[in-house]
Design a protein around this ligand. Sequence first.
Ligand code: ASP
Length: 345
Amino acid sequence: MRIFLLGLAAACLVASCGEKAIEEEPAEPSGPPPLTLVIHGGAGAQAPGRYTAEEEAAYEAKLNEALETGYGVLEAGGSALDAVVATIVVMEDSPLFNAGKGSVFTRDGKNELDASIMDGATRNAGAVAGVTNVKSPIKLAREVMENSEHVMFAREGAEEFAERRGLEMVPPHYFYTERRWKSFEEALEKEKTESETSLPHDHKYGTVGAVALDAQGNLAAGTSTGGMTLKRFGRVGDVPIIGAGTFADNQSCAVSSTGWGEYFIRLTIARDICAQVEYAGKSVEDAAHDVIHNRLENLGGDGGVIALGANGEYAMPFNSAGMFRGVKNANGVQMVAIYGDEADE
Ligand code: ASP
C-alpha cells in the first residue's frame, strides 16, 4: 500500500492531480498486527470418543499452559523465537505429546528425536535429527541456528554439539513412557498381520509445533517430534527439514507441520504454503487449505499445519480426524481444540 501511495503521489505530481484523488484512496490499516501465538500438539486419529473426559481435560490444560507460557513471552516484549521455544519446551516436557518426554519408539525400541526452528526476520534456521539424549531438541535446534555455521546436525554429531553448548543432557530412558511403550508393542504385534503402511495413525503421528508473531512484527516457527512409531534405519521425517516441517519468512508466513512426514517432505508443505502467499498473493488460509486439502490429500498423505501471516492472519487446517491445536492473540482470541468438528476461533 505504501508503495502504491508513493507511486500515486509521484503520478499526481506529474499530472497535477487535486487533493481529492488522494483522499479517496483507502486508508492504510491502522495499528500494528496483533501479537499472535498458534500451536499444535500433533495431527492424527483423535476422533471424538477416543479420549476420556479426564484425558481431554489434561490435553486441554497442557495446550493452554503452552499458550499462556509462549504468549506471556510475547506480551513481555520477547521475540517470536523466544515464544516459540518457550511454548515447545512446555510440550516437550509433557508426556502427553510425541516430542521430548513421551516420544514414540523406533523399531529398535529407542527414542530418536528431531526438531527445527526458523527465524522469519533473517530466514536463519537450525535443525537436529535423531538425537537420543538431549532433553530439549528445540533448544538444540536454536543453538545450531545461532551458534554454528550450519543448518542441520544429526545423531552423535548433534549430541556432541549439544554437550559443547552446555545443553541439558539426559539418559535415553528419560524419554520412556509406559503409554508409548504399549503402543510400540501393539504396533509390532499388528505388523505381524498387517503391512507397515496400514498401521493406524495413532501409532504414527503426534508432534508439537508453534508459530508466533511478536511486537516487532517478526515471525518464527518451530517443530519438535519423536517421529513415527516403528521408524527404522535412521529414518528422518519432515520435522527437521526446513521447508517441509518448518518454515518462516516475514515476507509471507510461518508454518509448522504435523502428519505423515514422507508426504510433507515430498510436497515441501511449509514452504509451499508461504510461496503461495508470497508469489500468488493468496491469504494464509487459502494457501494452507490448498496445500492440505488438495495437494497433500491428492497424493494420499494426511496431517495438518498451523500457519501465521505477518498481518496476524492464521489457519489450522488438517485432513486427519483431529489435531491438538490452539491460538491466543491480542484481539482476544484464545481457544484450544482436539477434534475435527470444533470451531477454530
Ligand atoms: N511428521 C512427523 C514425522 O513424520 C510425525 C508427526 O507429525 O506426528 O516424523
